[in-house]
Ligand binder design. Structure first.
Ligand code: IMP
Length: 180
């Protein structure tokens, strides 16, 4: 399609802004039903999930507080395979609360498992995860998101929060970026 918004062109839109909005609405209903009468802390995993989290929490009809957690995930071969660094913790007390991690994508699964392990140490009632995207064929470790927007194949995608070196996050859709 070649929409650029000033970036190098994205050859194919994988999920349009409209398709994302529809799925986010459905997820909002599903998650609201799951957490009925519960006190939820939604944790946006920064930076990738910031756009998804902003849209999703507005579709939640539950008692929810929004907070964030920041991690840096290293690619295979850069530091040690699948290593993840914690850059910032949530500011709220999570003890006794129902924590909902909001992720952009579950790929190898290392980041999600790292996050869950850290959060369980804080004594929450439950820890669950909603991820906009899920790439099951890329898993290197057993990792499980409770709510998933879309399952995708092994393709690198950008937009709607997902980046390549910090760029493309602002695209309103998820697009395919072929390897250079
Ligand atoms: P993990 O491999 O499941 O630990 O995921 C690590 C991180 O890699 C994700 O949170 C994303 O930030 C990033 N990532 C994985 N696949 C993609 C992609 O297709 N586009 C952009 N970022 C990705």
């Amino acid at each position: 399609m070649g929409v650029t918004l000033g970036h190098p062109p994205i050859p194919a839109v994988v999920y349009s802004a409209e398709a994302i909005a529809t799925r986010v609405q459905q997820l909002g209903r599903e998650i609201s039903a799951h957490y009925r009468y519960k006190e939820v802390i939604a944790l946006a995993v920064m930076n990738g999930a910031m756009l998804f989290a902003a849209d999703l929490v507005r579709q939640l009809d539950v008692d929810v507080a929004l907070d964030s957690i920041t991690v840096r995930s290293y690619e295979q071969g850069t530091v040690s395979p699948g290593s993840v660094e914690l850059l910032s913790r949530p500011t709220r007390t999570l003890s006794g609360k129902h924590v909902l991690l909001i992720e952009d994508i579950v790929d190898t699964g290392h980041t999600l498992n790292f996050l869950k392990a850290i959060l369980w140490e804080t004594g929450p009632a439950t820890v669950s995860c909603v991820s906009l995207l899920n790439k099951p064929v890329r898993r290197q470790t057993e990792a499980y998101a409770d709510f998933i927007g879309f399952d995708i194949d092994d393709v690198f995608v950008v937009g709607y929060g997902l980046d390549l070196d910090g760029r493309y996050r602002n695209l309103p859709y998820v697009g395919w970026l072929p390897s250079l």
